[in-house]
Design a protein around this ligand. Structure first.
Ligand code: CTP
Length: 212
């Protein structure tokens, strides 16, 4: 029997806590990552889905690992990375966390006027630095301006095989939408516009390209 392809996917936002009742996050709903997980299962892959807080149900056939913060997502991704053949980092990871997390709820009059921030580790960059032969790593680029230039830079600096450029400010695609308009860029210099389509079909097109 041939060995199953193991696919590790991240999805959704992370939350960075200020106190027990407040956090910083972003509008990611996880739809793109969950669509990728569903499509990877349909292709016969063994799928681990590391998910930030979203309101989607688990894609049948995928193992879902729930996390909340960027640090938790990093830990779980590292744990599952070694056995993965294909990694798709679709999560919208918060780049920063508040330097201080209060253990008790802050009363509104004590709420700080300024926050100090600490940078979270770049999860996908860390994974690509630790990769072994044959592992493929795909990232996403969420952009609003100078999109192509930023995506090309991220493809190189994060050591990715492919990056899926996502214009998040475009009407009718991106965050929370059921549609997306992705351009795939490869390390080898290919540029493939997938066109505006449902996230489900976009997921299929991405997998067909990155794991033919
Ligand atoms: N990413 C990650 N860890 C982080 C931040 C981002 O693994 N701490 C991953 C995302 O999951 C995505 C890729 O890096 O696959 C690009 O994320 P994006 O938010 O577009 O870019 P950033 O690296 O955060 O850079 P910037 O905010 O300056 O655009």
């Amino acid at each position: 029997m041939t060995k199953k392809i193991r696919c590790l996917i991240s999805a959704g936002p992370t939350r960075e806590w200020i106190d027990p009742v407040r956090f910083v996050s972003n509008p990611s709903t996880g739809k793109m990552g969950y669509a990728l997980a569903e499509e990877a299962v349909a292709r016969g892959f063994e799928v681990d889905l590391v998910s930030g807080p979203v309101s989607l149900s688990a894609p049948p056939g995928a193992r879902v690992h729930h996390v909340v913060t960027a640090a938790e997502m990093e830990k779980k991704m590292k744990e599952l990375f070694e056995k993965a053949h294909l990694v798709i980092m679709a999560a919208a990871v918060c780049d920063h966390r508040p330097k201080r997390q209060w253990r008790e709820k802050l009363k509104k009059d004590d709420f700080p006027k300024d926050f100090e921030w600490v940078k979270n580790n770049d999860i996908v960059q860390g994974l690509s630095a630790a990769r072994k032969n044959g592992q493929k790593i795909i990232g996403f680029a969420a952009e609003t301006t100078n999109s192509m230039a930023h995506a090309v830079e991220k493809l190189a600096s994060k050591g990715l095989d492919w990056i899926a450029l996502n214009e998040v400010s475009r009407e009718g695609s991106g965050f929370a939408s059921d549609f997306n308009d992705v351009t795939l860029l490869s390390r080898a210099g290919e540029t493939i516009a997938l066109g505006r389509d449902t996230k489900k079909k976009t997921a299929r097109k991405i997998l067909e390209r990155v794991w033919p």
